[in-house]
Design a protein around this ligand. Structure first.
Ligand code: GDP
Length: 265
C-alpha cells in the first residue's frame, strides 16, 4: 500500500506541476481566499492553514476560452485540458510573503500573477501604502528575475493582473483611480527605498558607494513618476481590472479576471 500511495501522490504531483500556474497574492483581507473558493475546483492539493500556501486546481469557466485553444472546439480533449490551471493562494501576512517570492524565483510554470487589492481599502492611506509596498516588491522581484537572467533573449515576461476587488462597496475606488493611486504610492515607495539605500551606502563607505542602486530601483532609471507601463521593458504587462468576488452579479462579476486568465492560458 505505501508504494501505491507513493506512486499515486507522485503522479498527482507530477501532473499538477506541469499545469499553468497563477500566483494569487496581495494584502490580507483583499479577497484572495474568496476568489479561490469561487473557482470551479477539481482538487485541492494541500490543507489550508494561514501559514501555508494553498494550491487549487481550477477550470476556466465557459464562455471564456484559453488563448492557446482559440482554434479548438469544445469537446476536443486538448481543449478541455487547456482549461485547467493551478491557483496558488499565498498568505498575505507580511512575514509569510517569502512563499510568494520563493515561487517567483523558480517561475517555470508561472503564467501570471494575480495581485488582489481591496479597492475600498485603497481609499485610505494605510491600505494604499500596504498594497503599494507589497506590489512594489512583487514587481521588483520580476525585474530582478529579468535582469539577472543569463540567456540572451531574457525570460518570458510574467504578466500581472491588479485585481481590484470589492467594487460592490460604494467606498471602492474605480479601476482607473486604483491604477493612478497605486502608481503614485509606488513612486513614493521607490523614492524612499532609494534614499534608505543611499544612506546605508554612505554609512558603509563614507559617501561614495552607490550600493547597486540600479538593481534595487524599480522601472526606468529616471527620477520621475512610476507608471505600470514602465514594466513593459521587462516584458511584464500590468492590467488593472475591477470586479467583486462577493456582493452579487448586479454590481459586477469577476468576468474581467476570467478573461485575463484566459488570455494568458
Ligand atoms: P484574503 O485574506 O485575501 O484571503 O481575503 P478573504 O478572501 O478572506 O476576504 C476578506 C474579507 O473580505 C471576507 O470577509 C470576505 O467576505 C470579504 N470579501 C471578499 N470579496 C469581497 C467582495 O467582492 N465584496 C465585499 N463586500 N466583500 C468581499
Amino acid at each position: 500500500l505505501p508504494v501505491l500511495l507513493h506512486s499515486f501522490l507522485y503522479r498527482t504531483a507530477a501532473a499538477s506541476a506541469s499545469l499553468p500556474t497563477f500566483l494569487l497574492v496581495g494584502p490580507s483581507g483583499s479577497g484572495k481566499t474568496a476568489f479561490a473558493t469561487l473557482t470551479e475546483r477539481t482538487s485541492i492539493a494541500q490543507t489550508h492553514t494561514s501559514t501555508q500556501p494553498l494550491t487549487i486546481e481550477a477550470l476556466l469557466p465557459s464562455p471564456h476560452v484559453p488563448a492557446s485553444s482559440h482554434y479548438r472546439s469544445p469537446g476536443d480533449p486538448a481543449y478541455e485540458r487547456s482549461r485547467r490551471f493551478l491557483l496558488l493562494d499565498t498568505p498575505g501576512h507580511g512575514k509569510l510573503r517569502h512563499y510568494a517570492t520563493a515561487s517567483l524565483s523558480d517561475p517555470k510554470s508561472i503564467r501570471g500573477i494575480i495581485f488582489v487589492v481591496d479597492a475600498a481599502a485603497l481609499a485610505e492611506e494605510p491600505g494604499l501604502n500596504e498594497a503599494a509596498s507589497y506590489l512594489h516588491d512583487v514587481l521588483l522581484s520580476l525585474q530582478k528575475r529579468y535582469t539577472s537572467a543569463t540567456s540572451s533573449k531574457g525570460p518570458t515576461g510574467i504578466p500581472v493582473l491588479v485585481a481590484a476587488n470589492k467594487m460592490d462597496l460604494f467606498t471602492a475606488l474605480p479601476a482607473n483611480l486604483v491604477k493612478h493611486q497605486l502608481e503614485k504610492a509606488i513612486t513614493e515607495v521607490r523614492t524612499s527605498r532609494a534614499k534608505a539605500l543611499r544612506d546605508a551606502g554612505a554609512a558603509l563607505s563614507g559617501g561614495e558607494d552607490e550600493v547597486d542602486e540600479e538593481r534595487e530601483w524599480l522601472g526606468e532609471g529616471g527620477e520621475g513618476h512610476f507608471e505600470f507601463s514602465q514594466m513593459q521593458e521587462i516584458g511584464t504587462s500590468v492590467s488593472v481590472v475591477g470586479a467583486n468576488v462577493l456582493g452579487g452579479k448586479e454590481t459586477g462579476s469577476v468576468d474581467g479576471w476570467w478573461e485575463w486568465i484566459g488570455e494568458n492560458l
